[in-house]
Design a protein around this ligand. Structure first.
Ligand code: ATP
Ligand code: MN
Length: 464
């Protein structure tokens, strides 16, 4: 279907119909004017590139031209001509312009000069109009589409798992509570504890930290499912890699063991990176100007076999490295980003899938190895980011899983439904979680996770 009433600038820039008349609508990026001629760079978000509007000043309404300043929204009608200037193949010789909305030059925050990302976060309502955020948001869309395409093409079903949950057993992170109780007059029971029986759901509920547990239920019927939804973690970690609200993709597959899980993770992530290279070339070329190794880094991942390494060997490498890490490392320690990045960037120079972690630092549901010490976990570690995927083969044996739950004193009554999958037709199965914004950090080369989501939620920040 044609865009009603206008041609998108992305289409117009590809057009060969010089001599024809077109209508474009968008926001003014810049205007340069002399007595004779004015050049207006117009952008409508359909591409990083602007269309140049050329105005014959002596024959144009001066009052309207005055209103056309950076940030104004306009409709322009003109004739497409080959561009003599460098930079763009075509331009529009303007016949007339209608101003939809002016933007006061004194107060419009996005002027021509480069703004810092910190400043742009304070004007997140306007930053999508910058080149960088336009590029990031288009790439974000392309990646979301590619994720659905990959799974659809490979026989996975999109399963919607609940956002409000009564189980806090997963332990992936601190949770945000959901309640309709009046916080300043909480109902108490006889024993003076909060009476959640009077809460909306009749029990204590929170926002989900992961769709995995319900995802497993889906996989135990449809064989291959994936979730792709918002995820909430109230971790007070103000890092460039953590958000309080982020999006996670969680495939879950019956009949997959850990090696097949790793194969899927590697194939999936390579597909996504290749999709970006093939479909977001203009935006990546723009981002590559700021991060000159970006495109090479992306191409490198597509062509490289990921290293697969036992946690135990990884720790040995770190211990032998002689590097004085901020957090000391030894067998049993949870690896920090600095350790992950050493392995990926310094030691191997490519992505690493680390497996067979100590069971103490991983979740209760991971399949236990016969050594009694490790579980079939797999973390995919990426350059510049560290962990991008966390996954595992799941423990499908009822007794082993139940024993672990008891060992960790996890309240079983909340998990009865999860355990029943191990009673009725249990099967080997595996899955993983990919942080969507971590993927976008890698694909865009942005360095702060707040800059790859339209409106970030972080400690002390829920504006916009
Ligand atoms: P990390 O150790 O980096 O905090 P995690 O081990 O807690 O992550 P998992 O529970 O394994 O994370 O979640 C799966 C994936 O979700 C991670 O590999 C990561 O890509 C992403 N992720 C986890 N926490 C966050 C967060 N707070 N913000 C953005 N992405 C996250
Ligand atoms: Mn993890």
């Amino acid at each position: 279907m044609k865009t009603p009433g206008r041609i998108r600038i992305s289409e117009l820039l590809k057009s060969t119909e010089t001599g024809s008349e077109f209508v474009v609508k968008g926001w003014v990026r810049t205007k340069r004017a002399s007595k004779h001629i004015a050049f207006i760079a117009l952008n409508d978000g359909s591409t990083i590139h602007n269309i140049q509007l050329v105005v014959d000043v002596p024959n144009f309404d001066g009052e309207i031209l005055k209103q056309i300043t950076t940030g104004a929204s306009i409709r322009a009608v003109g004739v497409l001509t080959e561009s003599t200037g460098s930079g763009q193949p075509v331009e529009l010789q303007v016949k007339n312009i209608e101003v939809y909305g002016t933007a006061d030059a004194q107060t419009y925050p996005l002027q021509k000069k480069e703004h810092t990302f910190e400043f742009l976060r304070e004007i997140a309502h306007l930053r999508p109009r910058t080149n960088t955020f336009g590029a990031v948001l288009r790439i974000r869309h392309a990646m979301a589409f590619a994720i659905h395409k990959y799974f659809n093409d490979n026989g996975f079903y999109y399963l919607h798992t609940p956002i409000i949950t009564a189980s806090d057993a997963e332990g992936a992170g601190a949770m945000f509570q959901v309640t309709t109780l009046e916080l300043d007059q909480l109902p108490k029971t006889k024993n003076n504890v909060i009476d959640y029986g009077q809460d909306f759901f009749g029990k204590r509920t929170s926002l989900t930290v992961s769709g995995q547990l319900e995802g497993e239920l889906g996989a135990m019927a449809l064989s291959q499912i994936y979730t792709f939804g918002p995820t909430f973690r109230a971790e007070n970690s103000n890092t460039p890699r953590h958000l309080a609200e982020f999006w996670m993709i969680e495939p879950e597959m019956a009949f997959y063991e850990i090696t097949e899980n790793m194969d899927l993770a590697e194939d999936f992530i390579k597909y996504l990176v290749k999709y970006a290279l093939d479909n977001c070339a203009d935006d990546l070329a723009f981002l590559n100007k700021k991060d000159p190794e970006l495109v090479a880094r992306l191409a490198g991942v597509v062509d490289t076999a990921f290293v697969r390494l036992d946690y135990t060997e990884g720790v040995e490498i770190l211990e032998k490295s002689g590097v004085r890490f901020e957090y000391p490392v030894s067998w049993g320690a949870d690896l920090q980003a600095e350790h992950e990045r050493y392995l990926v960037e310094k030691h191997f120079g490519k992505p690493v899938i680390l497996t067979n972690y100590p069971k103490e630092i991983k979740a209760f549901y991971m399949k236990q190895n016969s050594d009694g010490k490790t579980v079939r976990a797999m973390d995919v570690l990426f350059p510049a980011i560290g962990e991008i995927i966390g996954g595992s083969q799941r423990e499908e044996n009822f007794d082993t899983l139940n024993a672990r739950i008891n060992e960790l004193k996890i309240p079983v009554k909340d998990l009865w439904w999860y355990l029943e999958t191990r009673k009725f037709g249990s099967a080997p199965h595996s899955g993983f979680g990919l942080g969507f914004e971590r993927l976008l950090l890698f694909v865009t080369g942005m360095t702060n996770i707040r800059d790859v989501i339209p409106f970030p939620r972080t400690p002390k920040n829920a504006d916009f």
